[in-house]
Write a protein that binds this ligand. Sequence first.
Ligand code: HEC
Length: 290
Amino acid sequence: MSGLKSTAQEWEVSEDKQQRLAPFAFNDQSVTAGEELYNTNCISCHGNPGQGNYQQLDPIPGDPATEKIQSNSDGSIYYKIYEGKGLMPSFRNILAPDEIWEVVAYIRSFNDSYKQLVAEVQKLENVRWSEIKILLALNRENKELTATVKGLEEDKWTPVPNTGLIVAAERYFGQLQIDEEKLTDEKGMASFTYPENIKGDTLGHVKLQSMLTDQDLFGRVSTDTTFRIGMLNDAQPLNKERALWNSNKKAPLWLIISYISVVLAVWGFIFYVLFQLRKIYFAGKKETVN
Ligand code: HEC
């Protein structure tokens, strides 16, 4: 992180994200895991680190062993992989947060002067909080959802800072992520902007799930909150109105008449056949008598 300016400077990563640190200390194991992930996901464009054999794309992907990439902070590399830009794909749905950190560990293994910020990491490694909760608040005016993450630390709820958080709306199938992943500030807070055209139920209710992203560290911490921020959904449930026979009153007249006619016609035909059989039977009887 010297004053070296490179093209990397054009790819802006916000200050708080630059500061983000891995939730675990890099070691041989994470480097090996990261190498495997790099070879499947990155090598096609970035080549073998240290050999400069990356693809000639515009802008160039660059060699991870060089200053171009090493001059980034850990948090910047993490977010560049997470978000992608132009020809560089986003890996948010391909790699889990811990896997991205493993790739960062592998990239850093080509930098002899790199020192991971161990003090911070150690603090995070033995999590201070015995229980964590997320509170989601609505600010309708700014179309914002503000999450506050607090942890129980010896009988006191204290803010959980510098941790990743996502908010997703529940859909029929799967979830729709709202805004991007945010980091909590020193008060444990992060704000998300929600879109106006989000789909709600018949009353416009939207069920939201707030979730911490560092699951290795915190386990699965999530909270469900329902807010009335969606568009009204006037699609009727399938068992309403449309079911023909759930009540006579709902069936249209033409349908009732044609149904009754079909029933009468079928029974009429059956009686007609029976009547003809009876005629044949009696005709036969008359003959034998004669
Ligand atoms: C399809 C090609 C492609 C793949 C696959 C790809 N990248 Fe990239 N990458 C690029 C390009 C192109 C850029 C330059 C983007 C820019 O500067 O606008 C880039 C930029 C980057 C940067 C920022 C470089 C800088 O100057 O700050 C990092 C870090 C990075 N890639 C890491 C990775 C990692 C790790 C993977 C695998 C998980 C990966 N990339 C996969 C094409 C790719």
